[in-house]
Design a protein around this ligand. Structure first.
Ligand SMILES: Nc1ncnc2c1ncn2[C@@H]1O[C@H](COP(=O)(O)OP(=O)(O)OP(=O)(O)O)[C@@H](O)[C@H]1O
Ligand SMILES: [Mg+2]
Length: 150
């Protein structure tokens, strides 16, 4: 359902926060070390909610938050899971790729799953391939997710 192999028009309706989290969880279960997920969508679209689900699917320690002054957080794998850490980046305040590339992270990105909020157009260069999830906030407040693999 969330493969996106039909192109960017594979749209999934997410009526509530729990649906967005479940969508992220399902995606998270498919991810491996070195995978990059790029999230786009306006303020309050549900990007962080999706990451909360990703963390559940990937079985890493929480909590997933979006604090004002922290650009990247690293979440350690939980025992019993696939053993891959999650690096959660919020690129909202970053000026561009140079700043993103300069983040002094402890984790080797090829050994982690990296998810970047506000990453479209910038973060794709962090890895050879990526999964782009575009979240739209419809007028009726339902979120619509479109997944494209690039
Ligand atoms: N279908 C939905 N999916 C996700 N969030 C929803 C949905 N319906 C309502 N919400 C609410 O919208 C808000 C989404 O917040 P969230 O922090 O996940 O968005 P965001 O895209 O990360 O925002 P920001 O751009 O500030 O980082 C939450 O308060 C959440 O409960
Ligand atoms: Mg957010």
């Amino acid at each position: 359902m969330i493969t996106g192999e039909d192109g960017p028009d594979t749209a999934v309706e997410l009526p509530g926060t729990a649906d967005t989290e479940a969508f992220g969880e399902e995606l998270g279960r498919t991810l491996h070390a070195g995978d990059l997920v790029v999230l786009s969508g306006p303020l309050g679209a549900g990007k962080t909610a999706l990451v909360r689900g990703l963390a559940r699917g990937l079985q890493v320690a929480g909590p997933i938050t979006s604090p004002t002054f922290v650009i990247a957080r690293e979440h350690a794998p939980l025992p019993g899971g696939p053993g891959v850490p999650l690096v959660h980046v919020d690129a909202y305040r970053l000026g561009g790729f140079a700043e993103l590339d300069d983040l002094d992270l402890d984790t080797d990105l090829t050994e982690a799953v990296v998810v970047v909020e506000w990453g479209e157009g910038v973060a794709e260069r962090l890895a050879e391939h990526h999964v782009l999830v575009q979240l739209e906030r419809r007028e009726d407040d339902v979120r619509v997710a479109r997944v494209t693999r690039g």
